[in-house]
Design a protein around this ligand. Structure first.
Ligand code: HEC
Ligand code: HEC
Length: 499
């Protein structure tokens, strides 16, 4: 859908055309002091800056057209984000500047001067003039319009204040979250750099503590819970004092930043192998090495192209690609993200145990202990024989995901490249929630983006996961049974741990 930018009260009255969405002028829609706010910029990935200049420009302008800037957000309609605003339809005309409407939201929120976006009818699409609210009577549902040249028809649909929630979300985020999570949601805010664990970098589209199955995104409820209660044992604070609406809209803004970030990441990954400075330098180096090798063996060989020529060839190759294939790559990436975030909200994406929690008896805990020490799970290799998070895996050098190259430091790392420790299970502090169902889900789907594996549906049956939940939850209280390996009063001491 093509929309024209709505920029009410703007001194310059800019109307930029955005090919996918509506530009919601950062400081115009809400009188929350957005305009006075600091001029902030979205940062780009290193990989984006590494692209050859035409490709880099192309990615950056696509991002800007599709998502805007922190002070001038673009709401790209296709994504499953609640951008906010009240939807309605015209019921009948009521004078030459007024209509009677039906609304899908709370009518008392309609304020004067709020812009109206027309979704259908003769005033819709790129012909949209700047129509705003000149008055609204909540009782008669009479909406008086400013800026209309012709009155819309009965049945025409519209949104009053489109983008208001995203806007408010940005405001809440900049005030409460930005100093840790960064303007772009890259986890690199001024305070964030000194924290361990680091604030989440949303741009992978990956969240750790979700109720959803492996490979699925976080639900709104997951993010809502995290914001409300924080993550115990980390610097992620609880925002209980934030109002319900503020929490809701900041969650929407986090989802939007995560989509923006992953969109950039995937698009750049598409281009990097052919159109980056690094890939070009690599191919030049390889060609030169092959040439030198052949020369050494006195074989016939053609002199490789100069770096300059290779770069020129890549640039002209990209010119072709950007016309023929880039639009499809953008479309595909957007589709993938739309599908993934839509699926996260579907009920069967959430992990629901097939059976109730197994009774928390000594027998169940003992079965859990044996599973903990088994080859099937190898929990002990990470969490240790004593459950203190000091298993043998924490002493090893691990390869970087998808490569054979190893991390410089011993121990486990997450998807973001940060070092992390398996949880000390004797402390009873759980980051993803301490209800039995939270622990069930942690073991079922693992902790996303970390080496903590998913066991549900594969290695373990639901009743076995419950036994493990019972066992794990008993660890902090079992001073007389100090270690899973020994089993204390729960198990025969002669039982050897599986190696
Ligand atoms: C003082 C720093 C700090 C502030 C302020 C902060 N966070 Fe966090 N946040 C963190 C840290 C640290 C983590 C990572 C914890 C971890 O990895 O276990 C995190 C993680 C998260 C996560 C990821 C949860 C998951 O399951 O992966 C979300 C979502 C989040 N924060 C949202 C917010 C929002 C929204 C705000 C503002 C309302 C906010 N944070 C403010 C430090 C902060
Ligand atoms: C390959 C290493 C590894 C294995 C194997 C492993 N874990 Fe973990 N586990 C981790 C890491 C790392 C974390 C911390 C992740 C984070 O929060 O960043 C963790 C966290 C946890 C947590 C804390 C959840 C929370 O909300 O804070 C529990 C409980 C847990 N693991 C239980 C288990 C159990 C039970 C098993 C075996 C069925 C197991 N783990 C196997 C690495 C592992």
């Amino acid at each position: 859908m093509m929309f024209r930018v709505i920029c009410p009260n703007s001194t310059s009255r800019t109307t930029r055309l955005s090919f996918q969405g509506v530009i919601v002028c950062g400081w115009a829609l809400l009188s929350l002091g957005c305009g006075a706010g600091p001029q902030a910029e979205f940062k780009y990935r290193e990989a984006t800056d590494d692209l050859i200049s035409d490709a880099e420009r192309s990615v950056k302008s696509t991002l800007k057209d599709s998502f805007g800037t922190p002070n001038e957000l673009v709401a790209w309609e296709r994504f499953p984000i609640n951008y906010g605003g009240i939807k309605g339809a015209v019921a009948s005309a009521a004078g030459d500047k007024a209509v009677i409407v039906t609304l899908e939201g709370e009518s008392e929120k309609i304020r004067n001067k709020t812009p109206i976006l027309w979704l259908t009818g003769s005033v819709a699409g790129d012909k949209t003039p700047l129509v705003t609210v000149a008055g609204f009577n909540a009782e008669t549902k009479q909406l008086t319009l400013a800026g209309v040249s012709e009155l819309p028809n009965a049945g025409d649909r519209f949104v009053v204040g489109f983008g208001e929630d995203l806007q408010l979300g940005r405001h809440v985020y900049m005030k409460n979250c930005m100093h840790c999570h960064g303007v772009s949601g890259d986890g690199d805010g001024p305070t964030g750099q000194f924290l361990n664990p680091r604030p989440r970098d949303y741009r992978n589209g990956q969240f750790k503590f979700t109720a959803t199955k492996s490979g699925e995104k976080a639900t709104r409820d997951d993010l809502h819970r995290i914001v409300k209660y924080g993550i115990p044992g980390t610097y992620m604070p609880s925002f209980l004092l934030l109002g319900e609406r503020e929490t809701k809209v900041v969650v929407e803004y986090v989802r939007w930043l995560a989509i923006r970030g992953e969109f950039e990441k995937r698009l750049v990954a598409e281009l990097s192998s052919d159109y980056s400075e690094t890939s070009i330098a690599d191919s030049v180096r390889k060609a030169e090495a092959a040439y030198a090798e052949k020369k050494k063996n006195k074989e016939e060989a053609e002199k490789p192209l100069s770096a300059n020529k290779v770069a020129k060839a890549a640039a002209s190759e990209f010119a072709k690609y950007s016309k023929e294939d880039l639009p499809a790559a953008i479309e595909e990436t957007a589709n993938l993200l739309t599908d993934a975030w839509t699926r996260a909200e579907e009920p069967d994406t959430v992990i629901v145990p097939s059976i109730h929690r197994v009774d928390d008896t000594a027998e169940s805990r003992e079965r859990g202990r044996l599973l903990y020490m088994s080859d099937k799970t190898k929990c002990y290799t990470c969490h240790g024989m004593t459950g203190r998070g000091d298993g043998a895996a924490t002493e090893d050098f691990w390869p970087k995901p998808g490569t054979t190259e190893k991390f410089a430091n011993r121990g486990l790392h997450d998807e973001w490249g940060n070092q992390l420790k398996p949880r000390n299970l004797t402390l009873g502090q759980y980051r993803g929630g301490r209800r039995p169902i939270d622990l069930f889900r942690r073991m079922y789907a693992g902790i996303k983006g970390t080496p903590m594996p998913a066991f549900g549906g594969t290695a373990l049956k639901d009743n076995e996961i419950w036994d493990l939940v019972n066992f794990v939850m008993s660890l902090p209280y079992s001073s007389r049974q100090p270690s899973p390996a020994a089993g204390g009063n729960m198990a025969k001491l002669d039982e050897k741990p599986a190696h």
